[in-house]
Design a protein around this ligand. Structure first.
Ligand code: GCV
Length: 616
């Protein structure tokens, strides 16, 4: 009996050791301890680069060199067994690049600001988080080891900044106990080349009862922020700056005191300027000053008149699309209209509107679509709303890790193809078997279009279930919603047709786009079909380019979306099984099954709803 128990115990331990829970992300180097790594200087960052290479590099000894003649950014050069960089962080990025397999290259980041935005609340919950609670805040948070692993993962893909809290920010964030926490986090992230930033509540001094108002032009308010900046920089000398959501979805802002976004941003910018900090001011505003105006036009209406009126340490941060992280949107015309103020783009890694952590949707193709319209060189930075939580595998779905990885890689080089990134990630995360890599990368590349098809094809948008945004609710209408949250407001389906008329005959949102595109989108016969119902309201029997009617085409797309997921699930369930360890295979399989059911639900609910108008 004892013998039996012992052997059971040994089997249990062996299984535990083999259990593959995804926690290691794409960082699965095998210890080698073969390389001798030297450097012409020493620092905590350089030590990390040395340790990583000494432990895992297999190709011989390495020398690291700081070289002041290289261009002043985070770039690196790998030449034979030498990594050269201008900055220490560059040596670290070069080390990870070498471990990833890069050889004889010189590489420089396109964006100088490559930031994650965490929508983490101080109680540990995460707004639109689908992978457990916050790694930074709340009862279970703050494990220095975990934060170090997070830092390492980010550094391995070149992310150099992180906003630690939700843009719907608590005023408590800037109180002493929390700032001390920020200091502890910053200390762990610093050697990995990662700066910390905070989201702030614009009314903080007033909310804490330390000023009577939060009016940005009030002298006491300005002074309060200057004092606060001094306090922050004393604790965290390399603090990055503030991210601000103001006068948006109920958040306070300068508008509450009849001041403009520029007044608000500039007051904060002045407070951080002496310390080198920046203000990232979000353009995600609607409702407040523009009631009744098409929501997708409101950011340009609000910010264009202020263009050029911001201090030089203010950057406007705008979501990729003008609405809200839909599976497909045309790009935001803010990027065409704001010319005198630096812009940065906010992408959403967490899949709020793309199946959350239940669906396998690889987002790189969506982000590249954005860059095909908005050249990266026009942008001062890039931010990604993180999909990271306390779940053992960090992101909920094993494949959601690919979106974190892809965000970092594209933030470094937006010209990398989605396919290259997918393959890189697969080889590091699962196996280098080329059959597996070819099949799964193809599956990943098709996954976003599949999602658009089974959720909202042909330019449909925002027909999600209220609030949680997971399933379909095309009939969603409650008089007490803000109208901009009602699906019926967006699809406008009735017996005469479907779609939102944003052409020059409708809300004229098309006119916010640069000339050529404005014309292209305005004219129904030249408008790309993937944006058709975004820009036009059309009869059900409208003829599509392939000769089918709009109604037939809509049905075709919904079915196609479901068929794609069926195929993906089949592949994973049968052909791909033997390439993947049991735990990860099983967890992905289970989620693909859920995804399939949810895709069918989207198809059936949406087509069922539209049918009553299309086939009365
Ligand atoms: C952080 C959408 C989301 C909100 C989010 C907001 C924003 O409305 O549903 O959860 O709030 O965007 O980006 O500020």
């Amino acid at each position: 009996m004892r013998q039996h128990l012992l052997s059971l115990f040994i089997t249990f331990i062996a299984l535990q050791a083999a259990a593959e829970d995804g926690h290691q992300l794409w960082l699965r180097y095998q210890p080698q301890n073969k390389a001798k790594v030297t450097c012409n200087q020493q620092s905590p960052t350089i030590s990390i680069a040395q340790q990583e290479l000494a432990a895992y590099y297999t190709g011989g000894d390495i020398s690291l060199k700081l070289d002041a003649t290289m261009s002043d950014d985070d770039g690196y050069r790998i030449s034979g067994n030498t990594i050269t960089a201008r900055r220490e962080a560059g040596l670290l990025y070069g080390a990870y690049a070498l471990l990833r397999g890069e050889k004889n290259v010189e590489s420089h980041p396109t964006f100088q600001l490559r930031l994650l935005n965490h929508w983490d609340n101080l109680d540990g919950s995460i707004e639109r988080g689908y992978a457990g609670e916050s790694i930074f805040w709340g009862e279970n948070a703050f494990s220095p080891e975990l934060i170090q692993e997070y830092a390492r993962a980010n550094a391995s893909v070149g992310i150099n900044g992180t906003v630690l809290n939700n843009v719907n920010a608590s005023s408590k964030m800037l109180t002493r106990p929390y700032l001390l926490e920020v200091q502890r986090i910053a200390k762990i992230l610093r050697p990995y080349g990662i700066k910390v930033y905070l989201s702030i509540n614009f009314a903080t001094p007033m909310a804490l009862g330390e000023t009577k108002t939060a009016d940005p032009l009030n002298a006491a308010v300005g002074k309060w922020w200057k004092r606060k900046a001094k306090e922050i920089y004393k604790l965290i000398p390399d603090f990055g700056g503030f991210l601000v959501k103001a006068n948006s979805e109920g958040q306070p802002g300068p508008g509450d005191f009849n001041r403009s976004h520029a007044d608000g941003a500039n007051m904060l910018a002045d407070a951080l300027k002496p310390f080198g900090g920046i203000i990232m001011w979000r353009c995600f505003v609607y409702g407040a000053n523009h009631k009744g105006e098409d929501r997708v036009k409101q950011a340009v209406s609000e910010f264009k008149p202020l263009d050029g009126k911001f201090r030089d340490n203010v950057i406007l941060q705008t979501k990729n699309g003008p609405l809200d992280f839909q599976p497909r949107e045309p790009y935001s015309p803010v990027f065409d209209q704001i010319k005198e103020t630096p812009n940065m783009v906010e992408l959403q890694i967490t899949q709020e509107y793309l199946g959350q952590s239940r669906h396998l949707v690889y987002l790189a193709p969506m982000w590249q679509e954005f860059f095909s319209f908005v050249p990266a060189k026009q942008l001062a930075g890039i931010a990604g709303v993180a999909n990271i939580g306390l779940d053992r595998n960090w992101c909920g779905h094993h494949f959601s890790q690919a979106n974190w990885y892809a965000f970092g890689r594209l933030a470094w080089n937006p010209a990398l193809s989605s396919e290259t990134i997918a393959k890189e990630w697969l080889r590091q995360t699962f196996t280098t078997d080329e059959q597996f890599v070819a099949t799964v990368s193809q599956l990943m590349l098709e996954s976003r279009e599949a999602c658009v098809n089974y959720m909202m094809p042909l330019g449909l948008h925002h027909i999600f279930k209220f609030d949680h945004h997971y399933g379909p609710e095309p009939d969603g209408f409650k008089a007490d919603y803000p109208i901009e949250w009602c699906p019926v407001y967006y699809h406008k389906a009735d017996k005469n047709g479907v779609g939102f008329d944003r052409s020059s005959k409708g809300t004229d949102a098309v006119s916010q786009y640069r000339q050529k595109l404005a014309q292209l989108y305005d004219n129904v016969s030249t408008c790309p079909e993937e944006y058709l119902l975004w820009f036009h309201h059309l009869p059900w029997n409208y003829r599509m380019k392939d000769g089918s009617t709009l109604w037939e085409s809509l049905q075709y797309h919904y079915h196609l979306g479901v068929i794609s997921v069926e195929r993906q699930h089949n592949l994973w369930h049968t052909k791909l099984r033997h390439y993947v360890d049991e735990q990860r295979w099983h967890e992905v399989d289970e989620r693909l099954e859920d995804q399939l059911q949810n895709a069918r639900e989207w198809r059936d609910v949406c087509l069922g709803y539209f049918r009553q108008f299309a086939e009365p």
